[in-house]
Design a protein around this ligand. Structure first.
Ligand SMILES: Cc1cc2nc3c(=O)[nH]c(=O)nc-3n(C[C@H](O)[C@H](O)[C@H](O)COP(=O)(O)OP(=O)(O)OC[C@H]3O[C@@H](n4cnc5c(N)ncnc54)[C@H](O)[C@@H]3O)c2cc1C
Length: 266
């Protein structure tokens, strides 16, 4: 079985800096990590490999050259191969263009049975890329996966999908796309032997450009992106809250009512 995991390197900070002209996130100089949901996606793939050692796990990412460090981390956790799609032509891509580029890279990677992505990346936060890739590769998909089981036939999968007020149990067959959330598992640490291997010359990390994946250049990059960011800004901190001091809950409720009425909220 071959599993492809889509993983994104994201800034390791809540202090996200935004380019005031391009309205894109400034990634240079900001410490980066493996996107948390993608670590869950990789962990689930690794659990399958623990059970079925013939499984091959390939991690694909689109990003700047330093995203290779994240692929090394994925290999040190136990993935077999990493693919980095890095090219100025794909820079500035929105989710539509990102999924075009990643779909092209996945097609180039050849046969796969299962694709795992994270539910969402902590910088973009759209949760669109996984479902868009599935659409573009014509694959069935289940998002928000919290439990996963695969039959010995390596075809039949049962997943639990998280909803706002409950769960869905869904049966799906490979090939398919699943997006992982943090409740799915606890990602493992890198192993010492994994780190040694991932940092050695034997580590299988390929760096491809847009030409390598034969993506239509009119569908990737900033100019091809249909999303136009009108304005990006850091919200101003909220003012101090008011604590209503009164004798008992009834009195507090009365005070609250008076307060809201005086402000014409109700
Ligand atoms: C106009 C515009 C310009 C932008 N320019 C840039 C830019 O220059 N550089 C940039 O990094 N972002 C840029 N972005 C943000 C970019 O659209 C998103 O970061 C990216 O498309 C992924 O969307 P997301 O972060 O919301 O991911 P989500 O849709 O929330 O991610 C879901 C899952 O998809 C997978 N995934 C997402 N992105 C990648 C990736 N790159 N590689 C592998 N797997 C991935 C992961 O598994 C992830 O958990 C831009 C956005 C806009 C609107």
């Amino acid at each position: 079985m071959r599993i492809i995991v889509c993983a994104k390197q994201v800034p390791d900070t809540s202090e996200v800096k935004i380019d005031p002209v391009k309205h894109t996130i400034i990634r240079e100089g900001v410490p980066s990590i493996l996107n948390p949901d993608d670590a869950n996606a990789l962990e689930e793939a690794l659990k399958i490999k623990d059970q079925y050692p013939d499984t091959v796990i390939s991690v694909v990412t689109m990003g700047p050259p330093q995203a290779k460090d994240m692929l090394i981390e994925c290999l040190a956790m136990g993935a077999d191969e990493g693919v980095l799609l890095s090219d100025r032509a794909v820079g500035g891509s929105d989710t539509w263009a990102t999924s075009n580029a990643l779909s092209a890279a996945i097609k180039k990677m050849g046969h796969y049975d299962l694709i795992f992505a994270g539910r969402q990346a902590i910088d973009g936060d759209t949760a669109q890329v996984g479902p868009q890739i599935a659409e573009k590769l014509n694959l069935p998909q289940v998002t928000y996966v919290t439990e996963f089981a695969i039959d010995d036939n390596m075809k039949d999968i049962t997943v639990k999908r998280s909803l706002e007020d409950g769960y869905e149990e869904i049966k799906i067959q490979t090939p398919c796309m699943l997006t992982a959330i943090k409740e799915l598992n606890a990602p493992r640490y890198m192993s010492v032997s994994g780190i040694v291997h991932a940092c050695s010359s034997e580590a299988d990390i390929k760096v491809w450009n847009a030409k390598d994946v034969e993506v239509d250049l009119d569908t990737v990059g900033l100019d091809a992106s249909p999303t136009n960011v009108y304005r990006s800004f850091t919200p101003a901190p909220k003012g101090k809250g008011i604590i209503i001091e009164a004798d008992g809950v009834k009195e507090q409720a009365k005070e609250l009512l008076i307060n809201l009425k005086s402000k014409h909220v109700i």
